[in-house]
Design a protein around this ligand. Sequence first.
Ligand code: ATP
Ligand code: LTN
Length: 335
Amino acid sequence: MENMEKRKVMLSGIQPSGDLHLGNYLGAVKNWAARAEEFDCYYFMADMHTITVRQTPADLRRRTLEQLAQYIACGLDPEKNTLFIQSHVPEHAQLGWVLNCYTMFGELSRMTQFKDKSAKHKDNINGGLFTYPALMAADILLYHPEYIPVGEDQKQHCELTRDVAIRFNNIYGNVFTVPEPYIPKVGARIMSLSNPTSKMSKSDPNGCVFLLEKPEDIMRKFKRAVTDSDTENCVRYAPAEKPGVSNLMGIYSSVTGKSYADIESEFVGRGYGEFKPAVGEAVVEALRPIREESQRIIADKAYLQDVYRSGAEKAGRIASRTLRKVYKKIGFVER
Ligand code: ATP
Ligand code: LTN
């Protein structure tokens, strides 16, 4: 059956280290949901990556399941997408070790996520935080994806994955598919509402809108969103000059599908005071079904268990085939 129709593969993951937010949704998950007919899709909860930073065990467990419920609520149908938990497929750790030995110290030292996170967690700059990209390369290369749909900030890790795949293939022949990051044109870098020059991130809750947040809280955050201190008070797309308004335009465009030109004419003669709540309302409406559906799904633990078990089974079949091939190529004796 599997060989009758070989579709291209798409794969991505998010760390369940916090609640999903609008940046994760617009930069990543929203674009995954639309591709299930065209691609063979794999999406996972990157729980092994989260322990590079200390986690509270009960929170990690809860968030992993909530993230799965949110993936489904965002439109990832488990019948059409393989949804699984990273630690359920041990081949990730196994290939991760192998790829550690094909990833250079210098390459790892250049990763901006490592630099940012080690600056933020000075008391816990552990080996896992440093070698994280080798595990990420394993996550990807196990499944031979063509595309990795991620936000802008993951481009560097995806490029390192390509370099490692090419290096490995040059030594051992065509073992890995060399993947490409797939970054959306709008929404790839949603900025913080309270500080539009840094990206929206769960570590800055005031500037961050969470998918499960109450409508009144979302509205409050948008009404308070930092706009630019120019005297123009006019809705115009100019990211360098007007980062606050341009970010809101990016969000509005991404949730409504309207172009920047359409948005500019919609708000001609109306200032930021009218634009900000309009963006808030559009976001509330876009997130409403996701919130309601997530709450319904999270209550059904048996259903979630079925989804992640069958996901791990399917992912494990592909992953074990790739790992076996890699072990053979590098000279490990078959068991
Ligand atoms: P952290 O707060 O630890 O930096 P995060 O909130 O940035 O985490 P990640 O788990 O690193 O979230 O990201 C998951 C996915 O969402 C990745 O594909 C990432 O590129 C995308 N993403 C994260 N933040 C944004 C953002 N502000 N805009 C667009 N995409 C984003
Ligand atoms: N590093 C990513 C999460 C991640 C990932 C992956 C993304 C882990 N493994 C494989 C795409 C493909 C992050 O921090 N957002």
